[in-house]
Design a protein around this ligand. Structure first.
Ligand SMILES: CC(C)(COP(=O)(O)OP(=O)(O)OC[C@H]1O[C@@H](n2cnc3c(N)ncnc32)[C@H](O)[C@@H]1OP(=O)(O)O)[C@@H](O)C(=O)NCCC(=O)NCCS
Length: 160
């Protein structure tokens, strides 16, 4: 499977991916809300504009057959750093897709985007996501909060 940068042509496939996995994702991360699904075409255009501006880099993990296994994103890009976010379809769960996607994302971040450090937050009970980050050489920094919600904070240097 390969990470592919998000394009305009991915719009319908991303909406289908999010719709098919909505309940699965909502069990471990906040639900997107009905507005996200109803207004997805505009949302997709906004993502592409953010990508063009260089503040974000969105990717899909695509199988050889063209199926979307997951989404792997770099957001809040500034000062050589970015936030990492990802989600893998239920149909691909537990097969190493997230581990592989984060590995490819780190490589792109370093070699294609010139980033020096990546940050990530997980909910404290998201053990699968924690395993994915630790296996990709992220270090657990400690407990934190995002918008008042408790998180576990991780980071990885890309320069060493
Ligand atoms: C978290 C998520 C990305 C993991 O995707 P995945 O492709 O299944 O992950 P992988 O197969 O690469 O690795 C998961 C690892 O976590 C382990 N794991 C899974 N559930 C676990 C649990 N409850 N406790 C401890 N480890 C667990 C798996 O065993 C696996 O490790 P292993 O290969 O050594 O067995 C996926 O579940 C997902 O998209 N969840 C919803 C969105 C989300 O939580 N995103 C991350 C936000 S920080």
């Amino acid at each position: 499977m390969r990470l592919s940068p998000l394009t305009a042509g991915h719009r319908d496939a991303v909406l289908a991916f999010e719709t098919a996995n909505r309940a699965y994702f909502a069990a471990s991360v906040p639900d997107r809300g009905d507005g996200f699904f109803a207004g997805y075409p505009a949302r997709h255009a906004a993502l592409l504009a953010m990508q063009a501006a260089g503040t974000d880099r969105f990717h899909l993990l695509v199988t050889d057959a063209g199926e979307i296994a997951g989404r792997f994103n770099l957001t809040s890009i500034a000062g050589g750093e970015a936030e990492v976010g990802y989600r893998v379809a239920e149909a691909f769960a537990g097969r190493g897709a997230a581990t592989d996607g984060v590995r490819q994302l780190c490589e792109l971040a370093r070699s294609a985007y010139g980033l020096r450090r990546l940050r990530a937050d997980t909910s404290p009970d998201n053990h699968a996501s924690r395993a994915v980050l630790l296996r990709n050489d992220f270090t657990f920094l400690g407990e934190s909060t995002v918008d008042g919600v408790p998180t576990h904070r991780f980071a990885r240097n890309l320069t060493s």
